[in-house]
Design a protein around this ligand. Structure first.
Ligand code: GUN
Ligand code: FE
Length: 458
């Protein structure tokens, strides 16, 4: 159902990390093209052209919030989600993950698994997804088409790997470049080049250890020729870092991406738990994004991205959140919560770094991560990483309506139906407090409607 209506009720978004914007009793006009036509507090102020639209009134226990933006998902690992995170990263790839991904040489397998992943994302409130596909062109096209069909906003990449990958999954350098370019052209033909396009191609070198210099350089050329986003992994874990040191003595991920033409304001690098300050500085200067995937980072790197420290030391460094399906088994909500928790024990991340925990704590000042900050990271911050802060992530006139309707009244007036919701409502909470409870203890049961571009997709 395409909305052309006015929603009247409470809207919550987080334009800054420090405070929620709670707008109670507002009228929000959603036009047929999915744009927020007007936001006003009095019905009488509605513009003439909107006055005849149907007004849909929210219940007192319902709020509308921006959809969540997940900046790092491995689509072909979805079947593995929730299992097999018991060994270090490089062994995990070899033993479990490359075999799971290679199964996507079968288009039938892709057609079976990918729609299920997208349903899982939408159900859990993710309205924009940045996805790694497998190394296969046809399965990655199926992923892009599945996103389009389900209505999720997506950035999709054909993963590239021409080295250090098992024979049954490796690509040739030329094949990888050719398939990448074909995928980009195919996406542009189908969905257009602009940021309005529902599905956008992303250049996707898997990570430095599986990509030859020639492949990286070629991918950098394609990214520039077609003005595409780039996604990859950087400074993820001790074993990954050690491997890069063997392959490229004295050199590190960020500088290799930069020299290959892959680092700029359309680059999003996942993990970055072991980034040196000088590298964070380069990323800040060039406008690249750090994608913190806290659940996966703790499992594999036993480390975290020090978000408040980066905010005070590199104030223009873009940071967003990712689930890293299936290296992490949490949803976006789980990763928002882990972001809050990791902040309190951030000192363990300092162990192998240049900066000490004490330095970081002093610099933190007012930057403690709480539920507001975590929600900001999952919405407005993610939008900024994708250059879409004027389109999604918050609610302003002229922006697209990518949103969730949350309901906190599912337990019934008397709190009787406890299984309908994960948390208990006592009846005297403000809607802001109920929203906080959702971020900290709620789940998908509270997500009752999901819209992308004003279209109801769940
Ligand atoms: N580095 C290279 N490939 C992967 C992957 O699939 N997941 C994670 N977390 N890190 C990687
Ligand atoms: Fe990853």
């Amino acid at each position: 159902m395409s909305l052309k209506a006015i929603i009247h009720g409470t809207f919550i978004d987080a334009p800054t990390p420090q405070a929620l914007r709670v707008r109670e009793n507002v009228f929000v006009v959603i036009t047929k093209s999915g744009v927020i036509g007007q936001i006003c507090s009095n019905e009488a102020d509605l513009r003439e052209e909107f006055k005849s639209l149907e007004v849909v009134k929210l219940e007192k226990t319902q709020v509308v919030v921006p959809g969540l933006i997940d900046l790092h998902i491995h689509a072909p690992q979805f079947k593995q989600l929730g299992t097999k995170t018991d060994i270090p990263l490089m062994e995990w790839l070899e033993r479990y993950t490359f075999p799971a991904e290679s199964a996507f040489s079968s288009p039938a397998h892709a057609s079976n698994i990918y729609p299920k992943l997208i349903s899982h994302l939408l159900k859990n409130g993710t309205t924009t997804a940045v996805l790694y596909g497998s190394n296969h062109l046809s399965a990655t096209k199926i992923l892009a088409e599945s996103c389009d069909k389900a209505g999720i906003r997506a950035f999709v990449g054909k993963t590239c790997a021409d080295m250090l990958t098992p024979d049954y999954y490796i690509e040739t350098t030329e094949g990888s470049l050719k398939d990448t370019e074909e995928f980009v052209k195919w996406c542009y033909e189908k969905w257009g080049r602009g940021k309005e396009g529902k599905v956008k191609p992303v250049i996707t070198p898997r990570f430095i250890p599986t990509c030859s210099d020639k492949l990286l350089k070629g991918l950098g050329d394609i990214a520039q020729k077609y003005d595409c986003f780039v996604q990859s992994h950087a400074a993820e874990s001790v074993d990954e870092e050690a491997l890069v040191e063997i392959q490229h003595p004295g050199r590190r991920d960020v500088e290799i991406y930069q020299e290959s033409g892959l680092l700029g304001d359309k680059t999003i690098l996942a993990h970055c738990c072991r980034l040196k300050d000088s590298e964070a500085g380069v990323m800040e200067k060039l406008g690249a994004t750090v994608v913190s995937c806290p659940w996966s980072n703790i499992l594999f790197a036993r480390a975290t991205v020090p978000i408040p420290y980066y905010n005070s030391t590199f104030p223009n460094l873009k940071i967003g959140l990712g689930t890293d399906v299936a290296g992490g088994f949490g949803t976006m909500l789980d990763n928002m919560r882990t972001t809050i928790l990791q902040d309190r024990v951030d000192s363990f991340a300092a162990v192998n770094r240049e900066t000490t925990a004490t330095d970081r704590n002093i610099k933190k000042e007012n930057w403690t991560v709480d539920f507001k900050y975590a929600f900001h990271l999952a919405t407005a911050s993610g939008a900024k990483a994708l250059g879409m802060e004027d389109m999604i992530g918050t609610f302003e006139e002229g922006m697209r309506f990518d949103a969730l309707k949350l309901d906190f009244g599912l337990d019934g007036e008397d709190g009787g139906n406890a299984r309908a919701m994960r948390f208990t409502r006592f009846g005297d909470e403000s809607v802001g407090e109920l929203f906080e409870k959702w971020v900290t203890t709620g789940d998908d049961r509270n997500v009752v409607n999901v819209w992308v571009d004003g279209v109801e997709v769940l």
